[in-house]
Design a protein around this ligand. Structure first.
Ligand code: PMT
Length: 229
């Protein structure tokens, strides 16, 4: 049986990939299936937490047992719900793959092909960094966990980049996933590193996404102990 070590904690988890509409039928999206975020929610509920899952687009996943699920689509919508839910949370985990950019405008009608064989240019604007905003607005004692999808391998710049990202965003923990062909996105297994703001660096071996989820919750429990909350 799993430990009930998250009992009494309210946790907010984001999952899946956001979609940024170009016109009524097209969008910019990404390959997140939602499996990692859903595994985090499932494991947290099994360990006794009160779980709110903010789900962007996923493959067809059933709502995890014991979690309250809010479905959203765009980065803006995800931001609004996560911000509101986080105000009273003990732990926030941003596993969603959030679009960094969105089309500057959304066409009211489907964009048509022109007769001259040309193609339209899509202007993009930046989406706000939700994780950084959460860190700035967080109530005392709240633990904030980010994810980072980085291309490359352990020997390369992955951890170096991730360490800089952790610092920039100000989260307590950053789960680093090496992504690329057949890795992290969409598949059943995941691996990576858990970087702590205190300088710790723990490798997470390849295993089911529930296993990585368990490692994240273990680290959160450990962090709350050292913080004395
Ligand atoms: O969904 P799966 O198929 O199971 O795949 C899991 C996963 C690979 C998507 C997941 O494990 C993961 O790594 N999610 C984060 C992907 C990501 O967007 O990484 P990033 O390096 O672009 O963003 C870093 C962090 O900032 C993330 O916590 C992200 O949620 C957050 N972010 C990003 C952009 C933005 N505008 N606002 C944010 O809050």
């Amino acid at each position: 049986a799993l430990p009930r070590d998250l009992e009494g904690l309210r946790v907010v988890i984001s999952a899946g990939g956001t979609r940024e509409p170009l016109d009524p039928v097209r969008y910019l999206g990404n390959r997140s299936s939602g499996k990692q975020g859903y595994a985090l929610a499932r494991v947290a509920a099994q360990r006794g937490a009160e779980v709110t899952l903010v789900a962007a687009h996923t493959v067809d996943l059933p709502d995890p047992a014991g979690a309250a699920v809010v479905h959203v689509s765009t980065a803006d919508q995800l931001s609004e719900v996560v911000r509101a839910e986080s105000a009273t949370a003990d732990v926030v985990v941003m596993a969603a793959a959030v679009a960094d950019f969105r089309p500057a405008s959304r066409a009211e009608h489907k964009i048509k092909k022109s007769d001259d064989g040309g193609a339209p240019t899509v202007e993009l604007v930046r989406n706000p960094d939700i994780l950084a905003g959460l860190v700035q607005a967080r109530p005392p004692g709240q633990v904030v966990v980010g994810f980072a999808a980085e291309t490359g391998d352990a020997g390369g710049d992955v951890l170096h980049h991730a360490r800089a990202k952790l610092k920039r965003k100000g989260a307590d923990l950053l789960v680093v996933n090496a992504v690329g062909e057949g890795k992290a996105f969409e598949v059943e297994d995941n691996s990576g590193w858990l970087l702590g703001a205190d300088g710790t660096e723990v490798p997470i071996p390849l295993g089911a996404k529930a296993q990585l989820a368990a490692a994240v919750w273990d680290a959160v429990v450990g962090l709350r102990k050292t913080q004395g909350v």
